[in-house]
Write a protein of this length. Structure first.
Length: 500
């Protein structure tokens, strides 16, 4: 306990510096804004802002990017309640009862309980991260190359199962991401791999180029395909703070949603997305009158919003403790750490203790900022809802191009990003989700490196992965997870869950 308190004290001393507080504030404001604006998600925004972080020291850069991520969870609830458009996938459930409350003139209560639930969940999740980080890091230090390879294989297996759409398509996208990670010069032999004679690819595909193209640019192209329809509620918002009765109704769902979201957020393969859906289902089953749900039940906002924010923050645990990104946003965080010369993994806590605990402490500070930003300034966020998307996309493209060019002052990077944008748009049209592709790309390089090390230690014997108990367990888990997902009965049930 004393170690935990001393670590948190170190974290707060780092996070409360003037520069880091300012960066956390900027991240929270930008995150809330992009959560409020339909069609601009945290993945696209973080990829656009990656080049901006080059001039910032690593701790401040990660604090700002983290603020954008969980700030978007807050902002997404505003559009879900007032416009019936989820700014984020995790806010889909909030539209069911939140928008109905807004139609009944209770938008203020819905927004208030969403903010309070998110703050409580964020506080608990921060403590969970701080408590689990040290034990997990000690366990991770026992891992060798074989264990890391097997752990990453299990992570990709979960990513396949938890991805939307069919399992074969998710497997195809993951393998495509792994394939793209091998492009460039082989470090051991010096031979070019899949560069097709183009010198721009000799150093491999830049992470920012792929992410910006597949998520940033492609997201703009996808939104241009969609006819905008915003069901903005014109009724008065009403009092923002919920009544005593509404708070009593929400207390149980907030606590249960927090625990559920925190547990699911740790799962690799974007388990955080499942939190709000699982919370809504649980609250509906526990309710005395389930028919209230979908008609303005405040529990249907409190539980999912708490689960949403708790999951968003505990998804940092596999990233900070193991160096394994559980979802596409965390993959971007790995990219940001790599750009700043930090190798993600358990040694971060030892070699960069200030960064590790500073980022964790900043999450609580960020959640407090978001509570202040969201409730009093709700009127300003409502005005942003009237900005048409056709005015946003030229600015998004312009800043993205400037950002990509500034990475290495290379025009070929901009051309390559445009190519990936068209590819990402085409994949979306074919019903192929691009998040597994990015995870495969990020983990591919790490997997290849650990595979080679493990084989070098085992003198080329593949049985080395099975002889080591931890490695064998993770590989068995990966095979079981994918095999179960392919079974017709499980696959049908999985598709029904995602459809619902």
């Amino acid at each position: 306990m004393s170690d935990l308190l001393s670590h948190l004290a170190l974290g707060f001393s780092v996070a409360l510096s003037a520069q880091n507080v300012l960066l956390a504030f900027v991240g929270c404001v930008v995150g809330t804004l992009i959560g409020v604006l339909p069609g601009v998600g945290p993945i696209a925004t973080i990829t656009m802002l990656l080049p901006v972080t080059f001039g910032i020291e690593p701790t401040g850069a990660l604090i700002m990017l983290a603020g954008i991520y969980y700030g978007a969870q807050y902002g997404g609830s505003t559009t879900a309640i007032l416009v019936n458009i989820p700014g984020e996938v995790t806010s889909v459930v909030t539209t069911l009862d939140g928008h109905e409350m807004a139609k009944q003139g209770r938008a203020g209560a819905a927004l208030g309980v969403a903010a309070i639930g998110s703050f409580f969940a964020g506080t608990v999740a921060t403590l969970v991260i701080a408590a689990l980080a040290a034990p997990l890091t000690r366990v991770a230090l026992l891992f060798g190359p074989a264990e890391y390879f097997a752990l990453m294989a299990a992570g990709l297996a979960f990513a396949v199962v938890l991805a939307r759409g069919s399992v074969p398509k998710a497997i195809a996208m993951t393998l495509f991401g792994l394939l793209l990670s091998t492009v460039g010069t082989d470090l051991e032999t010096g031979a070019d791999r899949m560069t097709f004679g183009w010198s721009a690819l000799s150093d491999g595909i830049d992470f920012a180029v792929l992410a910006m193209g597949v998520f940033g640019f492609a997201e703009v192209l996808r939104n241009l395909d969609v006819v905008e329809h915003r069901d903005v509620v014109r009724k008065p918002i009403g009092r923002v703070l919920p009544t005593g009765g509404e708070l009593r109704q929400s207390a149980g769902p907030i606590a249960r949603g927090t625990l559920l979201g925190a547990a699911l957020g740790i799962l690799p393969g974007n388990g955080a997305v499942l939190g709000p859906f699982a919370s809504y289902t649980l609250e509906k089953r526990l309710a005395r009158d389930p028919r209230r749900f979908g008609r303005g039940a405040i529990e249907g906002v409190a539980g999912p919003e708490s689960a949403n924010n708790a999951g968003a923050q505990t998804s940092f645990i596999p990233l900070l403790a193991l160096g394994i990104p559980p979802n596409a946003v965390m993959a971007l965080m790995v990219g940001a750490m790599t750009i700043h010369g930090i190798v993600p993994g358990p040694l971060v806590m030892v070699k960069n203790a200030n960064l590790f605990w500073g980022v964790i402490a900043s999450m609580w500070i960020g959640n407090l900022m978001l509570l202040v930003i969201n409730l009093p300034l709700i009127g300003i966020w409502i005005r942003f809802l009237n900005v048409p998307y056709r005015l946003l996309f030229p600015a998004i493209l312009l800043f993205s191009c400037i950002g990509i060019y500034s990475v290495s002052s290379s025009p070929s990077d901009v051309v390559l990003t445009a190519g990936f944008a068209l590819g990402g748009w085409a994949l979306g049209r074919l019903g192929l989700e691009t998040a597994p592709l990015l995870l495969g790309f990020v983990l591919g390089r790490l997997m290849e490196e650990n595979l080679r090390r493990a084989l070098a230690i085992g003198r080329g014997d593949l049985a080395t992965f099975v002889r080591r108990p931890i490695s064998a367990a993770f590989l068995a888990l990966a095979v079981v997870v994918v095999a179960m997902a392919i079974l017709p009965a499980v696959r049908k049930r999985r598709e029904e869950v995602f459809t619902e």
